[in-house]
Design a protein around this ligand. Sequence first.
Ligand code: FES
Ligand code: FES
Length: 158
Amino acid sequence: MLIEFICNGKETRVDVPAEMRALDLIRNELLLTGTKCGCSKGECGSCTILVDGDPVCSCLLLAPKLQGKEITTIEYLERTNGELHPIQQAFIEEGAVQCGFCTPGMILSTKALLKKNSAPTVIEIEEGLSGNICRCTGYTKIIKAVQSAALKLQGAEK
Ligand code: FES
Ligand code: FES
């Protein structure tokens, strides 16, 4: 099936098998390997991408469903001048990245959360990241990173 969508700001046209997962299209065909595959069951959130701004588990999404959508992967957050996005900076500064496997999904879920709620409470952060599992950090540093990112983003482009 021929599908057309916007991927990281670029018009993208690909021919995909009807049964291909969006995750496999993104990693294996588009070579955007920042999107991770942890469980393939919609449980870990490591495969999170943004579809029209909302976090979605790409392991549960068929590639043809991307037709007409706008998707964002972690690769798109880096600024064109090579600087990291403020959310990425906050995760590093707060020590919220250990093995890093959950981090792309965590950061994209954080981006979606802060777009809707620029100053979330701890409970709102926990709810916003409830689809993303981290095996390393114990979450405390991730929550601090989200709070720090919220401050960094005040008045800046989200
Ligand atoms: S790989 Fe998709 S939720 Fe775990
Ligand atoms: S930093 Fe290792 S899974 Fe989160």
